[in-house]
Design a binder for this molecule. Structure first.
Ligand SMILES: C[S@@+](CC[C@H](N)C(=O)[O-])C[C@H]1O[C@@H](n2cnc3c(N)ncnc32)[C@H](O)[C@@H]1O
Length: 381
């Protein structure tokens, strides 16, 4: 048998021992070639005659299949959420106690005079979260002909108007007039109207047929008589563009968004709007907020209503359905969103004798054949 490298090493060592007595023989071993380590996944108890040492693998998952780390994080998270809910609940209880002891008048509409400058900032985030922009757009795009927007506030619907009339086709392929011939904005708060007017002028610098009035929407009349019977200077404080003075007794579209909550007499307001809406094809378009379909939501709304009204000028617990019913207007469509708190309502004047406007504005006949023949189409309802 030929000598191996191990035998050779022992031989050399014993030679050195012989030549240098007292020194410990040094065994020179041949360099080991690197032994490949098994990949981590294959480590662990091995079967058979594996040359590798078995390394017991520490269990990283419990018998539920969830690691202790995840369980700990989950526990801490739940604890945090629990503490936060507790905090919310105790704040809510405190707010309810405070709210219930407040004496708030029915009419809180004056709050907008002070909140006008930051109103948009205040409602922006909430509206984004609820995707109200899309709901506003959908509704405003239905506006046709001569349009009145009441309780216009800071003009949050401004970007959605299609201004200028044009001939187009409806869903059935029938010819119709689309777009807005004129837009009249009305709000009780001069500060809100100022913001709305500024926005409009920035967005539609070339559109002449727009007017802005600081007025109670429950009394606003569209007739020429009404315009001329008032001091133009008093009314045009917020209306430099009113020279095209509106001359019809009706509007083709009346729009209001988030307004019924802020007026002390929402039923009276709707009745009045019905009296200035074109009787045949005119529509009143509403996007409002109010009571929910669910009692637990209504309880929260009721409990906090006085504090909310005092601060924001809006009664958020009104029953929009009941207000609509009491107005006597004909319901064309009602849709509800956000647990039923957001109401999209389309109304039209009830056919039959009309009140109010007939006495207030004798010049109620549309002037000229062109106005008479202008139609208001395009509602899919
Ligand atoms: C909640 S804000 C809504 C503003 C805007 N329409 C919107 O969608 O954001 C209610 C607005 O209604 C106005 N308002 C309240 N009562 C009114 C009335 N009787 N006539 C006209 N505007 C009124 C307030 O001044 C305020 O600007």
């Amino acid at each position: 048998m030929p000598p191996t490298s191990g035998d050779r090493a022992t031989e050399v060592a014993s030679h050195l021992q012989r030549t240098r007595p007292g020194t410990k023989p040094k065994v020179i071993r041949p360099k080991k070639t690197a032994t490949p380590r098994p990949p981590p996944a294959t480590r662990g108890p091995s079967k058979g005659s594996s040359p590798f040492k078995t390394v017991p693998v520490k269990p990283t998952v419990s018998h539920h299949g969830v690691s202790p780390r995840v369980l700990t994080m989950f526990g801490v998270g739940m604890l945090g959420i629990g503490m936060y809910c507790g905090y919310l609940y105790s704040s809510y209880r405190q707010a309810v106690i405070q709210s219930k002891t407040m004496e708030v008048p029915d009419d809180v509409s004056d709050r907008y005079n002070t909140t006008a400058t930051y109103y948009d900032d205040e409602v922006d985030l909430g509206e984004r979260f609820m995707q109200l922009g899309a709901k506003r757009k959908e509704l405003v795009r239905m506006a046709r002909g001569d349009v009145l927007e009441v309780s216009c506030g800071t003009g949050r619907n401004m970007g959605y108007y299609q201004l200028g009339e044009k001939r187009g086709l409806d869903a059935q392929g029938h010819s119709e007039i689309q777009g807005c011939r004129s837009v009249t904005f009305v709000d009780l708060s001069p500060q809100m109207v100022e913001v709305a007017k500024r926005k409009f002028q920035q967005q539609y610098p070339g559109f002449e047929r727009a007017a802005f009035w600081t007025e109670d929407a429950r009394k606003y009349l569209p007739s020429k008589k009404q315009l001329s019977s008032q001091s133009q200077s008093a009314r045009s404080q917020s209306s430099e563009r009113a020279e095209w003075s509106y001359s019809r007794p009706y509007f083709d579209t009346v729009l209001e968004t988030m307004g019924l909550c802020s007026t002390p007499d929402p039923v009276g307001l709707l009745r009045h709007l019905g009296s200035i809406t074109e009787p045949e094809k005119g529509r009143i378009l509403l996007l409002e907020h109010g009571r929910s379909r669910y009692d637990w939501v209504n309880n929260i709304l009721d409990n906090l209503a006085p504090a909310h009204a005092h601060r924001h000028g809006c009664w958020w617990n009104r029953d929009i359905g009941q207000i609509v019913e009491q107005s006597g207007l004909e319901v064309v469509e009602i849709k509800r969103y956000h647990l039923g708190t957001t109401w999209r309502v389309i109304l039209r004047p009830k056919p039959g004798p009309r009140s109010g406007l007939e006495q207030a504005a004798p010049e109620k006949q549309p002037q000229g054949g062109e106005e008479k023949s202008r139609s208001f189409l395009g509602f899919s309802v």
